[in-house]
Write a protein of this length. Structure first.
Length: 184
């Protein structure tokens, strides 16, 4: 029960940047993206795991960086480096569900990092990037941003959006898109 409370607290900090894809670390702080360095996506074009000695706290969430330079860049302009949708899977947000998101499954779109719950989820999003981006923005702004992640997830697992796709349905669409040459 305590682990569940810690997770709920980590994902729903008191700041305005919430909910977030954070987990409680050994110190009990809300660690964003399991410690992935959000600056590395922008400066190196790849994911990198941050180190505990290079940490910053923004809006109640702890971020880790692989270097003091990355920490300084974040501290100077955190809004520039924050992942979209609190670091939750962008494809999950297409369905109004703040869930998942792995630091090693991502895409940069117009200078913003979008995190995904794995390669399959990213590929499902990319089948129609423009439409899916519009849906994710709508649900983030209208329902999810500032809400409690657990409540929103529960609500949307019961009251699904009309265009909801299960994991197997999405996988079939991805496979078909690959056969049709719409995805690599």
């Amino acid at each position: 029960a305590l682990a569940g409370c810690a997770g709920m607290s980590a994902q729903n900090p008191s700041g305005s940047y919430r909910p977030v894809n954070a987990t409680p670390d050994a110190q009990g702080t809300a660690l964003m993206l399991k410690g992935f360095d959000v600056v590395a996506y922008h400066t190196e074009g790849k994911e990198a795991v941050g180190l505990p000695e290079f940490r910053s706290v923004f809006e109640g969430t702890t971020f880790q960086f692989k270097s003091a330079q990355h920490k300084a860049l974040f501290d100077a302009s955190p809004q520039k480096y924050l992942p979209a949708y609190g670091g939750y899977c962008a494809n999950g947000l297409v369905y109004g569900i703040p869930w998942g998101g792995d630091g090693d499954a991502w895409k940069m779109i117009d200078g913003k990092v979008y995190i995904f719950g794995g390669a399959g989820s990213r590929d499902g999003f990319l089948i129609d990037e423009k439409a899916n981006l519009a849906l994710a923005e709508k649900y983030w702004n209208d329902e999810v941003k500032g809400s409690n992640s657990f409540w929103q997830r529960s609500k949307r697992m019961v009251f699904r959006v009309p265009h909801y796709k299960s994991g197997s349905e999405l996988a079939a669409l991805v496979e078909q898109a690959r056969k049709d040459g719409k995805l690599k």
